[in-house]
Design a protein around this ligand. Structure first.
Ligand code: ZN
Length: 502
């Protein structure tokens, strides 16, 4: 068999896997949006069946044979060619799965829903003990998984699933530097006399108007409704069924403007990335983002750096006032802008602001590293959680429901996922900093409601690159600098210094 023939068969096979993956994504989207409650059991069966098929394809020894033929051949001579990148990534995911014993994979799949169930119960009751034995089991399983994957740091082995190539030591350094800068900024904001009128965001905002305004803004940013749609779900998410079908969701509440609106912008950011990937490379690594952190960078960029900026609202606020005359009729642009950018330490990650958000992540990053290494016994998690909240944010949760039970990630075994959120914020700031320098009048363009300059730049520099480079490298190529906390800190200081008069 020639290397070319082996490569062609490899591509055909990963595209089949991607097709199966798209079917799974569609069933999952349906489950979270329109499926009637009676569909639960049948859907679980359909998904388990497809997951089995997908796993079989992904671990087929034939992939190993084909990789052996093509690797080392002149076809892969240029390391950043589509061929070389695809083979590199196919090898990576093949080896990852091949290293995991089937019994372990099945045990994790069996424990995860039970652990999740007990987590939800524990959260509702505010009783960590209900979940503790399951979390202990999950930590033990994940430690085993890490040992199978790599002889190196167990945390890095798991992190690699979400952020290929990243190392926790580098992330820890980056995060420590970030924290050092955020702490005084937060203290200065707390001292400021300027207090936003948050009540203006909790007036009556009709659900139908929220939906149509959200769609109008999404379209203006570049979300293509011919290749996507917006629906409602309990937890907002975005889902890619294919290059012509990227779906986003949000949730509406009649007395809360910002929750649904910024969730839409966040998911639009994810979807612009998916809609902007190279359709010709669909179903292969060259048609996929390189990491979760890079994906999150796009959602954060559009949600925060665009959607919470003054030029953006200079354009959209008059329209918002027209759409919501009762709520916003006598509200000034400045009062609105301050309200949507309110900063305050809180106990809750999901509801936190741009400045404190990363501190919530740093706490989780430290704790999950210690859980995996064994330095932190699961039984001590609540106390350790509360200690760090006091240290980083000056607050102590009154109960575990507001403390270590607030996120479901660990219950499902997602260790190494949290840092991708903050990496996303750092990458987003670096990209935005760069694009601002390259397009001199970006703020003016936003003010005019024109986001094409930004989108075109991101498409060229990031979206169309697929998985050609690891995320850190892609940032370096696009911005001229490796991952760095500087631009985020500068932007936060600039924006909140002005907003809070500090
Ligand atoms: Zn996101």
């Amino acid at each position: 068999m020639t290397p070319q023939a082996a490569y062609d068969e490899l591509i055909r096979r990963v595209r089949e896997q991607a097709t199966l993956g798209a079917c799974i994504a569609l069933l999952e989207w349906d489950e979270l949006t329109y499926m009637p409650p009676g569909g639960v059991a049948g859907r679980a069966q359909q998904l388990a069946y497809l997951a089995g098929l997908e796993h079989g394809k992904a671990t087929d020894p034939r992939l190993g044979e084909l990789l052996a033929v093509v690797e080392g051949s002149p076809l892969l001579h240029e390391p950043t060619s589509a061929e070389a990148v695809n083979v590199r990534e196919i090898r990576r995911s093949y080896m990852r799965l091949a290293r995991l014993p089937r019994t372990l994979v099945e045990e994790v799949a069996r424990v995860a829903p039970v652990s999740q169930h007990h987590w939800a119960m524990a959260r509702q009751e505010g009783d960590f003990e209900l979940w503790r034995p399951w979390l202990e089991k999950m930590v033990a399983l994940k430690r085993q998984e890490a040992q199978c994957l790599s002889a190196n740091d167990p945390y890095d082995a798991l992190l690699d699933d979400y952020e290929p190539g990243a190392r926790s030591d580098d992330i820890a350094r980056l995060f420590a530097a970030l924290r050092q800068e955020l702490t005084p900024l937060l203290a200065a904001i707390a001292q400021s006399r300027k207090k936003p009128r948050l009540a203006i965001l909790r007036r009556h905002y009709s659900l139908e108007q929220q939906r149509s305004f959200g769609m109008e803004v999404a379209a203006a940013l570049g979300f293509d409704f011919q290749r996507g749609r917006l629906d409602t779900a309990v937890h907002p998410f975005s889902s890619r069924i294919g290059p012509g079908d990227c779906r986003i969701t949000t949730r509406y509440s009649p007395n809360q403007f910002s929750d649904s609106f910024f969730a839409i912008l966040h998911e639009v950011g994810h979807a612009l990335y998916e809609q902007g990937l190279d359709p010709a490379a669909d179903g292969t690594p060259m048609g996929e983002p390189p990491s979760l952190g890079m994906h999150e960078a796009q959602s954060r960029l559009w949600e925060n750096l665009v959607g919470r900026s003054l030029p953006f609202w200079k354009h959209f606020f008059p329209r918002a006032r027209q759409v919501f005359p009762e709520a916003l009729g006598e509200v000034s642009l400045n009062a609105f802008y301050l309200a949507i950018n309110h900063v305050a330490p809180s106990l809750n990650r999901v509801q936190s602001d741009e400045v404190t958000y990363n501190l919530h992540i740093l706490i989780r990053f430290e704790l999950e590293k210690d859980l995996l290494s064994g330095d932190l016994p699961v039984a001590d998690l609540p106390a350790a959680w509360n200690r760090l909240y006091q240290k980083y944010l000056g607050l102590t949760p009154g109960n575990d429901a507001d403390g270590c039970l607030q996120d479901g990630h660990w219950s499902e075994g997602m260790f190494g996922y949290f840092p991708t959120y903050t990496l996303g914020n750092l990458f987003a700031a670096q990209l935005f900093d760069r694009v601002r320098a390259e397009i001199g009048n970006l703020a003016e363009q936003f003010h005019q409601g024109d986001f094409r300059g930004l989108l075109t730049w991101l498409r060229r520099q990031i979206y169309l690159q697929g998985s050609r480079y690891r995320a850190g490298k892609l940032i370096e190529i696009a911005t001229g600098k490796p991952p760095d906390h500087g631009p985020l800190v500068r932007m936060l200081r600039e924006k909140y210094g002005e907003l809070y008069g500090i």
